[in-house]
Design a protein around this ligand. Structure first.
Ligand SMILES: NC(=O)c1ccc[n+]([C@@H]2O[C@H](COP(=O)([O-])OP(=O)(O)OC[C@H]3O[C@@H](n4cnc5c(N)ncnc54)[C@H](OP(=O)(O)O)[C@@H]3O)[C@@H](O)[C@H]2O)c1
Length: 284
């Protein structure tokens, strides 16, 4: 058992009192569609004041209307590009304006890039790293100190089953998810016993526009690997997060993939991934 400093109950009480006039909020980045929208719906359905963040105001407005129609509750939305260096401040001041504070952060927004690494432009790769790696790191670093001071809340970072294996033909994306998983598990270990939850979600393919948007719709994995719905992923993610699971791999077949990827050597799995991820598999 690692030694832990005794909890200073007065400091915890002071940190809680500082936000006692505000309501705790769950903030979901990329909450305007796909898995983020489903996660926002799940948090609202389970009684959490939920806030969605994205860049496109029209999609945000539509998502707010969809969530209201589905749950009867109209969530707050924040127009924010999370790759901006001041994103954490933008989010916390929008929350404060609505009498809310950040209790649970869901780092869900990400982008993919399909195709050989050398066919992707340096700018595209930098955008991916800025969103999938830097923004997750920055928002997590900004959020945790207050959560730990209050001994409440937590961070759910959306990784992928792809975090367990290099992904030729989606190299930067797979590497970014390996980073998210590693960072999250390491932080979860560091903050264990501090009263906060830190979890990584590792879904397999999910039916969202993500694959189409990165140009991977004709890859072999889209044809042969079963996909889950975003709602099922969100249910599993919510349950796992509430149970304090450090890594949540939704779905039985996805769990089997995780186990196989952990057991099999890269010399076996990487060529398979290369085939599965090849864009336009049936074209020479
Ligand atoms: N779909 C899958 O099969 C799958 C599998 C495993 C893991 N994942 C992971 O699950 C997460 C969600 O995936 P998804 O399929 O739901 O994606 P998606 O449908 O493409 O949705 C992405 C969301 O992120 C927002 N977003 C993108 N860039 C942003 C930025 N710079 N700042 C703020 N918001 C931004 C988008 O809204 P705007 O464009 O309006 O900003 C949108 O709401 C990602 O982390 C992804 O890596 C997905």
């Amino acid at each position: 058992m690692p030694w832990r400093a005794p909890v200073d109950e007065n400091a915890v009480q002071a940190a809680r009192t500082a936000v006692a006039h505000l309501k705790p909020a769950v903030v979901v980045t990329g909450g305007s569609r796909g898995i983020g929208l489903a996660l926002a719906k799940r948090f609202i359905e389970t009684g959490h004041t939920t806030v969605i963040v994205a860049r496109n105001s029209l999609s945000l407005t539509e998502a707010v209307a969809d969530l209201k129609a589905a749950t009867g509750v109209e969530p707050l939305s924040i127009l924010c590009d999370v790759t901006e260096p001041n994103a954490a401040d933008v989010i916390s001041s929008a929350l404060a304006d609505a009498n809310l504070y950040l209790d649970v952060l869901v780092n869900n927004a990400a982008m993919g890039l399909a195709g050989p690494f050398l066919e992707q432009t340096p700018q595209e790769i930098s955008r991916l790293v800025a969103l999938n790696v830097e923004s997750v790191t920055r928002l997590t670093r900004a959020a945790l100190p207050d959560m730990i001071a209050r001994r409440q809340g937590g961070v759910l970072n959306v990784a992928s089953v792809g975090a367990y294996v290099p992904g030729p033909n989606q190299a930067a994306y797979y590497a970014s998810k390996a980073y998210v998983l590693s960072l999250t598990e390491a932080i979860a270990s560091e903050v264990a016993g501090h009263g906060v939850r830190v979890s990584a979600l590792a879904p397999g393919p999910v039916e969202t526009g993500f694959h189409h948007d990165m140009g991977a719709e004709n890859s072999l994995y889209r044809m042969i690997v079963p996909s889950m719905t975003a709602d099922r992923v969100a249910q599993s993610a919510y349950r796992g997060f509430m149970f304090g699971q450090r890594v949540i791999a939704p779905g039985v077949s996805n769990l089997a993939f995780v186990v196989a990827l952990k057991v099999l050597p890269h010399i076996v799995t990487v060529p398979i991934m290369r085939m599965l991820l090849k864009r336009d598999f049936f074209q020479r």
